[in-house]
Design a protein around this ligand. Structure first.
Ligand code: SAH
Length: 260
């Protein structure tokens, strides 16, 4: 179970926090670390010193440019946030997150990503809107921002508690249908937006959070891969109806070089 949980750090600027994260993960039995566009050299003397013997996790970490790449194969993406945001998103507590893991990982191909933000500015709204849910570690409301590696420690501990209570491999359900991965969901959102523009329902110049709301709705539903394929089929047919047939070559030629 623990090997199917990935810790994702976005835009980290202090190597010591990467080392501290590796230590927190290794203490709790997690090993899969991804770094998205780090704003520092990930492996420095500070990293090694704060990792206290867990720097192998940093050596093995995957460094990528975007959140999408880091979580493409994940079926549940949870963003850790110290603050609440303008468009409220489903929130879970660290304990509820841990307790949800056996069920999540029992789904065929289930893989979970826990995403952490920058030390100075956290996660952007766009990044948070790519997550199924947000997790907030309860704190003193007057001082709510934990050190990055400390936040990783708290959530990694909850993962371990659940693993200790449930044992190693969660039984794969007989009827488990693969859930849509993050990458499949992103393709769907791109297709949906393009179609909504084509039928005149969505004006990107006046977005009014339409796509964010549709994202929230879709992510809350946790669609299976097959359900998403049906929705994409509907979008493809809608697009065909929305686009008048391309004129035949001869017709186009008769309009002259500029067309009309
Ligand atoms: N100053 C930033 C917080 C940065 S702390 C802000 O105001 O958003 C770095 C990261 O640690 C955060 O992006 C978040 O992923 C995690 N973190 C810190 N405190 C947290 C908390 N109370 N709950 C959940 N995540 C937290």
């Amino acid at each position: 179970m623990l090997e199917r949980i990935r810790i994702v750090l976005i835009g980290t600027s202090h190597p010591g926090n990467i080392g501290g994260t590796a230590r927190a993960m290794h203490n709790m039995g997690l090993a899969d670390l991804a770094l998205v566009a780090p704003r520092c050299e990930p492996l420095t003397a500070d990293t090694v010193s704060r990792a206290s013997g867990a720097d192998a996790l940093v050596h093995a970490a995957r460094t990528v440019e975007t959140l999408e790449e880091a979580v493409a194969d994940c079926t549940l993406v949870v963003g850790a946030s110290a603050r609440s945001r303008t468009l409220p998103w489903p929130m879970i507590t660290p304990r509820a997150l841990g307790e949800r893991l056996p069920e999540e990982l029992a789904a065929a191909d289930g893989r979970v990503a826990l995403v952490f933000g920058r030390e100075d500015s956290g996660l952007t709204n766009a990044e948070l809107q790519r997550c199924h849910a947000h997790v907030h570690i309860p704190t003193n409301p007057d001082f709510s921002s934990l050190n990055l590696a400390a936040a990783v420690q708290v959530l990694a501990y909850e993962c371990r508690l659940t693993w200790m209570a449930h044992g190693e491999a969660p039984a794969e359900k007989d009827d488990a249908q693969p859930l849509a991965s993050h990458e499949e969901l992103e393709h769907y959102f791109t297709h949906l937006e393009r179609t909504l523009i084509a039928i005149g329902f969505h004006d990107p110049a006046q977005p009014r959070q339409l796509m964010a709301r549709l994202r929230r709705f879709t992510l809350r539903a946790r669609p299976e891969r097959m359900e998403l394929n049906i929705l994409r089929g509907i979008l493809s047919n809608t697009e065909k109806l929305a686009r008048p047939e391309q004129p035949a070559t001869g017709e186009r030629a008769s309009r002259g070089p500029e067309g009309d």
